[in-house]
Design a protein around this ligand. Sequence first.
Ligand code: ADP
Length: 510
Amino acid sequence: MPTSRRARIATWWPAWWPAWLPLTSLRLRLTLWYTVLLAATVCVFGLGLYLLLVRTLSQESYGVTVGVAQDLARTVQVLDAPPHGSLRVVLPPRNVFGAPDTFVQVADARTGRVVARSATLGAQTLPFLAQAVAAARRDQPMVRTLGAIDRLHIYSTPLVSHGRVVGVVQVGRSLSPDDHLLDRLRLLLALGGALVLPTAAGLGWVLAGRALAPIADFARTAAEIGQARDFSRRIAHHGPRDEVGHLAATVNAMLAELEGAHHEVEGAHHDLAAANARLAQTLAVQQRFIADASHELRTPLTIIRANADVLHWMDAGDAPERTEALADLAGEAARMSGLVNDLLTLARADAGQHLALHPTPLCPLVEEACRQARLLACGQEVVLDGADAATEVTATINPDAFKQLLLILLDNALKYTPAGGRVALALCREEGEVRVAVSDTGIGIAPGDLPRIFERFYRADGARDVGGSGLGLSIAGWIAAQHGGRITATSSPGRGSAFTVHLPTSVPDD
Ligand code: ADP
């Protein structure tokens, strides 16, 4: 929450408000709102009920008073009346006059003297007598209410005898029973309110707590998920699919999206780390390659320089030595040129060069390679196996590069096979691929060296006496890969080796 909003909220709080009950709590605010609304409802309802009762009781009391007075005015027995004498009347013997809260008196309209009264009045006289007599003389009734505490309703009506107003009948009715009833109602409402409001507030607090409990759970789980960054967790909600259920579903959907995004980021991190590792590895390989290449180039260069020096200081008469030195020069220059060619091929391979491939019949290519190998042979027999059966074999290749591959394998076979040995070249089509195998009966390769012979500049110990740079098989491996194929090697030390090129029959994608 922004600081300014928090500060504004803090300023609403009275200083005495307990800190453990923050007004920012939704539960407390809900309870307070509920209680205030309930209190307002109870007040309006209680007041309405009270006013209605006041009105009803007042109307009822008035009706009774008027009824009694009018009844009396009809039933009072007039014994004597002016002008013959003073007014004399007999009140009817009715129970109502004996009612403790009803007071009756009859007065002479001429003199204003009370001539008869109910037992409930004793020796007292009802008030407003003079006004009642005056109204009766005008043949009018009169209504008055006396007092604020012990209230009395008074109704006066003219007493008529032989068509003349002779007196006034006054009926008073005490409102005390009604007032007591209203007092009790007021007390009841106050007590009820005092009892109901705290109970309702307590119930509201409990209900709000129960309704908000899942939200508190959500907040706790969300905080845990955020801390542990475990986006696979979900908010557990087993209740109905109401607003809270909807909230849980929305938060869970959001978590699922977060989980997906998190996985993507992790995947990207992983890819980046892998790419970094590959880059580091490539750099290391390149550095080793440059070091090895420099080392390999230094030897022929040293020999060339030494021979050039020898030639420089030599006498014209030293013909055989000159010839030997020149032959050394030519040999080393050729070796260097071969090495530089190999390095160039590998550098192009590293730069991502691709060979152009097209369908080519393999048999003529293999036969030509075999012919060239025979020219290089120094006492080894070079044979071609199975070429007849595979006359029709066609593969998608780069003919020059593929021939270079075959010559590398044949050259190795001849280099590592002593005179009298046998080098065989075989072409066949098996298990959905084209296979070209170069086998020999040479020195073989130790099992420890076999997995490493395709590495650049790697040479087995037994091969050190024979010339070579250790790049041939690397180039052969790259050419095979460019054709979507591979080279496998098997060997038994002392008995011979076999290198097989596996080519797919379908065109490689790239
Ligand atoms: P090199 O120029 O040394 O021949 P290659 O990359 O062609 O380089 O071969 C790598 C190593 O594999 C050789 O030094 C040798 O130890 C071993 N090798 C390759 N072909 C044969 C084979 N036909 N017989 C025995 N060893 C072989």
